[in-house]
Write a protein that binds this ligand. Structure first.
Ligand code: IVH
Length: 671
């Protein structure tokens, strides 16, 4: 089909799509303020890909379609930096920071405090980006500071790297910054690597480095990398700003992601205070930082101060305590989780890692133990970061001790363990008759994102189970104050509070209830998707695997777990009992008004008189289904302003199309 000539309307549509996608990209990857659902973004991108395939002459290098990665390269070319990429000196204490400031004051012959910009020190890979007339020309690694490797085709796949600047700051401009991998992305990447028995990365930094050094940029494209700019290198055509702080602001306007935690400090105290605050924040961030960087704010003063050997005199790094430490593996416990998965947990010689004492770390599964080649008594490297459970990263010193033996039977109920073909997880198949799985399921049922029963934590669950008061989630709603207060360490008041919390939890929402059931692979998001699709519990319980597969984001594995869960007689009994015991949620559909039952709506474009969530809720309240994508099963497409490819598709399929006004009319009519 290629070779067709693009007429004006097509060229205009391509331009419009590009502009929309660049804008959405910027909002999503740079500003963290997405304005359309992912599925809609994908549709726009697909439409652009189609048009570019049909009319290749409309394809440009800075098109958002050009981030998917190119054919593998043979090797990386070595390139020379236009200005060397320097490193930083370190300060390890407040005194050393003070000495740094004093050195600057004496060199400048000025006793006033020089304003300082304080920035998180990102623990990633330094990258230089060269822009020629506002277009990305070359991306390179730091290498030895003078020469690096040309990694342009890989860096182009990172969405937060602008391919064209939003504001052309100079004819030729080198932007420097750090490529990091998010912690959550790193966890996911390693999780799938473990499942596929592939190489896992020790930390997000190594994962970022490994991802940037892929000869096949399609692999890089699949990795959750982001770029944050922190300075400029080479610049042609005059000054851009007077200070580091203003420069960063300009780079932000040009389309770069700038770390939001950057601040100006006007005294040593505010510098110290920044360090303390950042140290507190460190664990909450979704990317690793290994300290912070203090930089003299005035670019003029930076110039006057200059460099010494490989580092600037105007900047210094203040490092945080390391997040990786070595310690000794004392033993391994095996824990059985809610779904029966058996996880080996390392018992460690307690060690302080990044300011927190760690005495346990996960070893994930049997394969991970083999991969690490770890034995009892070995020296091991532990890594903890954020909320993530501490991990054993590697063996640092072999102690020649015993091999770790994975149990053959469940450590809790003695049932022989199973490992399904091709799966890395070893499971106890006993289900709720295994005390560990029973306990964990009850805890999950009461947890914050599920029924949120305040006060019903793990210790109390254990006590209640041991006292024979709790077996299934339904038993929770049969508990009485006297029974609870008779437990050890339980007063009358706490018992009463717990009963009140249980009472309050009877009124819940359907998504919470579905999540609380603890179906394998059904997290909050899936529970939400299932309930908005099926509208009520009965429909969901009766759904076949085929019907479940129609739900957005439900794949075959999840569908089979859901179907199996509801096929189980004992699960159905517990659900019945819960409903009889008074658990309920305001009915969004079915009972009062079924006016739109059986209709599947898709909302697209921007609505002006209500948000999409409001429209979805109101439609569901009338029994309609609201889906994310247009298919032959769509009954009505509501097209708001700037509707794009969904509208085109709906037109092709002959789907009925409504305006927002028509939707509102319909909603009002049925209310
Ligand atoms: S400025 C001449 N700012 O730290 C000063 N560097 O140890 C050059 N880094 O190679 C660097 N975050 O990769 C600067 N906010 C930040 C940084 C930062 C991380 C890295 C950078 C550099 C290394 C120096």
């Amino acid at each position: 089909m290629s070779g067709a000539e693009a007429g004006e309307p097509v060229a205009a549509e391509v331009e419009e799509l590009k502009a929309q996608l660049v804008e959405h990209n910027h909002r999503y990857y740079v500003l963290d303020q997405p304005s359309i659902p992912d599925a809609e973004y994908d549709q726009l991108l697909r439409r652009l890909q189609q048009l570019e395939q049909l009319y290749p002459e409309l394809k440009t290098d800075d098109s958002p379609t050009q981030r998917v990665g190119a054919e593998p390269a043979a090797a990386f070319e070595s390139v020379e930096h236009l200005l060397p990429m320097l490193s930083l000196d370190n300060a390890f204490s407040d005194e050393e920071l003070q000495a740094f400031v004093e050195r600057i004051q004496s060199r400048l012959g000025d006793t006033r405090f020089p304003d300082i910009t304080a920035e998180p020190k990102l623990d990633g890979i330094a990258v230089s980006l060269l822009y020629n007339d506002g277009k990305l020309e070359r991306a390179a690694t730091r290498g030895d500071g003078r020469r690096g490797e040309n990694i342009t085709s890989n860096v182009r796949t990172i969405e937060s790297v602008p391919l064209s600047l939003r504001k052309n700051l100079a004819p030729r401009l080198e932007v420097r910054g750090e490529v990091v991998m998010s912690r959550s992305g790193f966890e996911k990447l390693n999780q799938s690597a473990r499942e596929a028995n592939d190489k896992v990365f020790a930390n997000p930094r190594n994962a970022a480095a490994g991802s940037l050094r892929q000869l096949d940029s399609r692999v890089t494209a699949s990795r959750p990398l982001q770029f944050m700019a922190y300075s400029i290198g080479y610049l042609e055509g005059g000054e851009l700003a007077g200070s580091q702080f203003e420069l960063l602001k300009l780079l932000g306007e040009a389309g770069f992601r700038i770390n939001p935690l950057i601040e100006r400090c006007d005294s040593l105290d505010s510098c110290r205070n920044y360090y303390e605050r950042l140290l507190q924040l460190r664990d909450e961030l979704d990317y690793d930082i290994d300290g912070l960087v203090y930089k003299v704010d005035s670019l003029l003063l930076q110039q006057r101060l200059g460099f010494v050997s490989r580092a600037p005199r105007w900047a210094i790094a203040r490092k945080f305590p390391a997040q990786e430490k070595s310690t000794c593996l004392l033993g391994v416990d095996f824990q059985v989780g809610r779904t029966g998965a058996v996880t080996p947990v390392a018992r460690l010689q307690p060690v302080s890692v990044g300011g927190v004492t760690v005495s346990n770390a996960t070893l994930h599964n049997r394969d991970e133990i083999a991969r690490l080649g770890v034995r009892i008594g070995d020296g091991v490297v532990i890594r903890r970061a954020g909320d993530v459970i501490p991990q054993v990263v590697s063996v640092s010193e072999s102690g020649g001790g015993e091999e770790i033996e994975f149990p053959v039977n469940c450590p809790e109920c003695n049932t022989p363990l199973e490992q399904a073909e091709g799966e890395v997880v070893t499971r106890c198949p006993a289900g709720l008759s295994c005390p560990a799985q029973q306990r964990e399921s009850l805890e999950h049922f009461a947890s914050r994102k599920a029924l949120d029963i305040d006060g019903l934590g793990s210790k109390l669950v254990v006590q209640l189970v041991q006292a024979g008061l709790l077996r299934t989630p339904a038993d929770i709603f049969r508990l009485e104050v006297e029974q609870i207060s008779s437990l050890e360490r339980m007063g009358e008041k706490s018992a009463r509070n717990l009963c009140e919390a249980i009472e309050a939890s009877r009124k819940t929402t359907l998504p919470r209830f579905v999540y609380a059931l603890g179906i394998r692979e059904v997290g909050e998001a899936t529970a939400q998707a299932l309930t908005s699709w099926f509208g009520d519990l009965q429909q969901l319980m009766q759904a076949t695997e085929e019907q479940l597969l129609e739900v957005p984001d439900v794949g075959p594995v999840v569908a089979s777990h859901i179907a199996a869960f509801f096929a189980s007689e004992s699960n159905r009994e517990v659900i019945d009992e819960l409903l009889q015991l008074g658990l309920y949620w305001p009915q969004p559909s079915g009972t009062e008004n079924d006016a739109l039952k059986g209709q599947t709506f898709v909302l697209t474009g921007s609505l002006e008189q209500m948000t999409r969530e409001q429209a979805t809720e109101q439609l569901q309240a009338l029994g309609a289904r609201v889906s994310g994508s247009v298919s032959a099963k769509t009954s009505i497409l509501v097209a708001g302003a700037k509707a794009g490819s969904k509208l085109t598709k709906a037109e092709k399929l002959g789907v009925e199309i409504w305006t927002e006004d028509r939707l509102i009319e319909c909603l009002e009519q049925h209310q």
